[in-house]
Design a protein around this ligand. Sequence first.
Ligand code: SF4
Length: 324
Amino acid sequence: MAERVLELDDLTVRFHLKRGELTAVDGVSFVVNRGQTFGLVGESGSGKSVTARAIMRLVPTPPGEIPRGRILFEGRSVLELDDEEMRALRGRRIAMVFQEPMSALNPVFTVGDQISDALRSNLGLSRRAARERVVELLSLVGIPSPRRRLDSYVHEFSGGMRQRVMLAMALSCNPTFLIADEPTTALDVTIQATILELITGMIERLGMSLIFITHNLGVVAHACDVIGVIYASHLVEMGDKREIFRNPQHPYTIGLLNSIPRLDTQAKYLVPIKGSVCNMMAPPRGCKFHPRCTQAMDVCREEIPKLREIAPGHFAACHLHGRG
Ligand code: SF4
């Protein structure tokens, strides 16, 4: 039986802002097994990154709070760990790669110093051993002449190379779980493919689990085993990648798939999803997708549909599939 590494159960994250209250993540539940790659897909502001930050306990409190739900990592409740236990978990067990390396890497220290500092404080390596390990890591992520690049600063690397440095930093303490938050979004299309291949190759080689966050369903088609689609703070569909692509059930997922350019159809134009994501400070009643949904019914304007299993391993939150 597959080993559960990460389990989110009814996770809810709320922010108390001057303008009012905003529920960024609402009752999200999913499981990631050992060695599995999970793609979390949705538009900007849907709650993907807040979910990732909640797992890493990086949601600032206040203004944020987690009023409901559990996060279990390797059987331990992340929300109940003390600061020292949490520090040990971050980096050594779970690592994160961010969209914009410039905001995550320090511009005033060399790349070698930044990664070796993390190695020395987390793994207790000597200065010399840490530098040797950094050379290995830079080489592992495909940075040419790694020994020479040790003393370079972040601004001396191109966008793709910076993302490789981030990945080297994330892998430095041999974590078993990686969260990649839109790691390819800020890159040119050709570099995106290279970085994507690098991440998935590493995950396979090192036997890690992955959460890959993106707004692009086309990207997770290559990178992930399981896909979760999130809309306006709710997980609306989840299942095996092949099932989601061949047999999508939620109108939002269908809309996302129709908006991906494809070479294997005669269609001349992409079909956009009408409207835009709702105002999260004042979301609509019932299903939050109903103002954009071509199949909305009366019940959709009143009741929030629950995520339910509509076929083995395939879940959807939509009144078209019966009331949850
Ligand atoms: Fe559309 Fe209703 Fe399903 Fe929401 S619940 S996606 S409005 S059919």
